[in-house]
Ligand binder design. Sequence first.
Ligand code: DC
Length: 234
Amino acid sequence: MAFTVAIDGPAGAGKSTVARKAAIALGFTYIDTGAMYRTIALQVLEQGMDPEEAEAVTQVAQQSQIVLSPLDTDGNQTVFVRGRDVTKEIRTPEVSQMTSRISATPQVRTVMVELQRSISRESPYGVVLEGRDIGTVVFPHADVKVFLTASAEERAQRRYHELLGKGVEIRFETVLAEQIERDQRDSQRVASPLKIAEDSHYLMTDGLSIEQVVEQIIALCVEKGYRAEGSMSS
Ligand code: DC
């Protein structure tokens, strides 16, 4: 099994930026598991389906043919569903809310977890997976497990500025309220709720730069035996 890095944590903790940078630095495959769940939510919305119809939603998951491209040098990943590029469509607030709902369905999770494991098996050097249940369910024996978080206010502030930057008009209070709602649903669901694996490294990122967080993750990988290609091993 390739070297596996599991990064879990709540929405807005900076997981995505950190996981992408770490994957590039390590030369590993990056797997954005949230993006995978998002593709199912997008199709549920587009087809006007009832998200509570577990069987129908699971069928969508089984037929999705999700492909995640390798990261480009800027850390961008393109997401495909049956050959269609859905990278932008899966990032709307509607899709975010719907994803939080459909990801609570155990059968959907089973399909996604299997796909995450098979992509990882095919990765030659190593993988960085980012999500909610990576260190607890998908890879409980991951080489490095990190639980990345930040205070609710800090996370909502980051998200708020990100949305403002994209020209979205929204109040900070709305962002904070939506995030608290999503956090609650993600951590209280019965199937694979967001929780901290006993052996994961808890990283509170308030006041830390992205680079500092990435450095800590790389250091943990080195501690666990990762050696950069071409470096001298002792
Ligand atoms: O990381 P993200 O914001 O793209 O995740 C979107 C939603 O998917 C979020 O509500 C939690 C859910 N999710 C999950 O249940 N399990 C994962 N491994 C990844 C995401």
